[in-house]
Ligand binder design. Structure first.
Ligand SMILES: C[S@@+](CC[C@H](N)C(=O)[O-])C[C@H]1O[C@@H](n2cnc3c(N)ncnc32)[C@H](O)[C@@H]1O
Length: 438
């Protein structure tokens, strides 16, 4: 079997990170809070996180979809603020998204090799992996998959075709990605009936005119057909509600087809380069459990917002000491110096954040954020233990128009128990305030 070699090709023993559980988030409307939901978002380098997951998850993951950097040698900025609404380009702000820059192709291939090898160990014996790349590196990845999963493992080479503007005038416009799907062993899941699509109108018309059309087989026109291995889905573009502003976000419809075809309800689905969280979102929507990792806080927060908005499942946020995340701990002044303007509220707390003054009004059953211009997300833990943040209620900036909700319920708040508040600014900064009502 031909194999790919490169200088310094190596498979060193992976060094596990020491992930710690930072938060348990129970979106409003999702089933009862669970102390330890099996859905997890991890912030950090997936190499060390996957190594840390081995003792618990080796051979346990049913489906991996993975969409790593493509070896484009570009930086991809994120659009923030109301950047997701591209009809108002003046409201866009560009911020750091993620970098796809490499010293050499060898470095990139080594990066993929180590990570695909760990994914192979984590995948269940009958699991399936979908590796999403494009012309920059898909040929090398095919050889890596052959080596790691075996040459017989290729289930499909899927072409995802799309359209959009392109500056290229010296070649055909490059408008497809390649998704290599491999199975680890026999007995893999493929739910053909869950992903059927209608036949082309021309096929329907032809068979309506004569049942003798085609190659002698009469298709079940009502049932639809199993899709070919070339797919058309529009990219997540300006007017799409699902657009988050996170760069290279993949369409939910694409993930839906993969998840429905290659997993069952209750299965564990993982995405170790999760970006804006399309995989965990669609997995949760269809009753699958998920594990997802990304190195950027912006990605993990974007995924959190999407999961909270959808509200289908509780999940945990895990961090690693090396992630570089430092929520700014703000000192609240309590009782606040200002008289609270709204009737029924009895205490005001304020704190100075770099984005401006944040004022909270506390009443027995709810908390109000009196200053919201700089904030896109906030959540409360009515009995913060100082370690794991149990987010019981959340407010998220609506996708299109509308304002950030300013009141959140405080169902189990008790006098003397600290209330934890976490906020994310439009720029993506994270703040934490702890208030202990007297
Ligand atoms: C192509 S994007 C994924 C987009 C995603 N599929 C979506 O729908 O939004 C690749 C992601 O990989 C992340 N990434 C790059 N290197 C990583 C690493 N070593 N560990 C974890 N994530 C990484 C980047 O931060 C980026 O968000």
């Amino acid at each position: 079997m031909p194999t790919l070699t490169w200088p310094n090709k190596d498979l060193p023993a992976p060094q596990p990170a020491s992930p710690f559980r930072d938060a348990v988030i129970t979106p409003q409307g999702s089933p009862n809070p669970q102390n330890s939901p099996s859905n997890r978002l991890y912030l950090g380098d997936n190499l060390t996180i996957m190594a840390a997951l081995l003792p618990e998850y080796a051979g346990k993951i049913d489906l991996i979809y993975t969409d790593p950097p493509f070896f484009t040698n570009r930086k991809f900025p994120a659009r923030i603020g109301r950047g997701e609404d591209s009809r108002k380009p003046k409201d866009w702000l560009l911020a750091e998204g993620y970098a796809d820059n490499w010293h050499s192709l060898d470095d990139y291939i080594q990066f993929l090799y180590e990570r695909l090898s760990l994914m192979h160990r984590l995948l269940a014996p009958n699991g399936t992996i979908y590796l999403h790349l494009d012309w920059h590196a898909d040929a090398y990845a095919r050889l890596l998959l052959d080596e790691i999963f075996g040459p017989e493992s290729l289930l499909n080479e899927i072409i995802w075709a799309y359209h959009g503007p392109s500056p290229i005038r010296t070649a055909f416009n490059r408008k497809h990605d390649t998704i290599l799907a491999c199975t680890k062993g026999p007995g893999y899941t493929f739910n053909a009936d869950s992903v059927r699509v209608p036949y082309d109108p021309t096929t329907v018309k032809t068979f309506a005119a004569s049942t003798k059309a085609g190659f002698g087989k009469i298709p079940d026109l009502q049932r639809g057909k199993v899709p070919e291995d070339w797919w058309y889905f529009p990219v997540v573009a300006r007017l799409h509600n699902e657009r988050t502003g996170y760069p290279t976000q993949k369409p939910e419809a694409l993930l839906e087809r993969i998840i429905l075809a290659s997993s069952n309800p209750g299965d564990l689905v993982a995405d170790f380069f999760c970006g804006s969280g399309t995989t965990p979102l669609v997995a949760a929507r269809h009753g699958r459990r998920f594990l997802a990792t990304d190195t950027t806080f912006r990605a993990i927060h974007t995924a959190r917002e999407r999961l909270v908005r959808q509200g289908t499942a509780p999940f945990e946020l895990w961090d690693t000491p090396q992630s570089g995340r430092h929520p700014m701990l703000l000192q609240g002044v309590f009782p606040g110096p200002e008289k609270s303007p709204s009737p029924g509220s009895f205490r005001a707390v304020w704190c100075d954040a770099p984005v401006g003054k944040l004022t909270f009004e506390l009443s027995p059953r709810q908390i109000r954020l009196a200053s919201r211009e700089f904030i896109r997300y906030w959540e409360v833990d009515p009995g913060f233990d100082g370690q794991t943040f149990h987010s019981a209620a959340q407010a998220v900036l609506p996708v299109r128009g509308g304002e950030l909700p300013t009141t959140l319920p405080l169902p189990q708040a008790k006098t003397g128990r600290p209330i934890g508040i976490r906020l994310i600014s439009n720029q993506g900064e994270e703040f934490q305030v702890v208030i202990t009502p007297p």
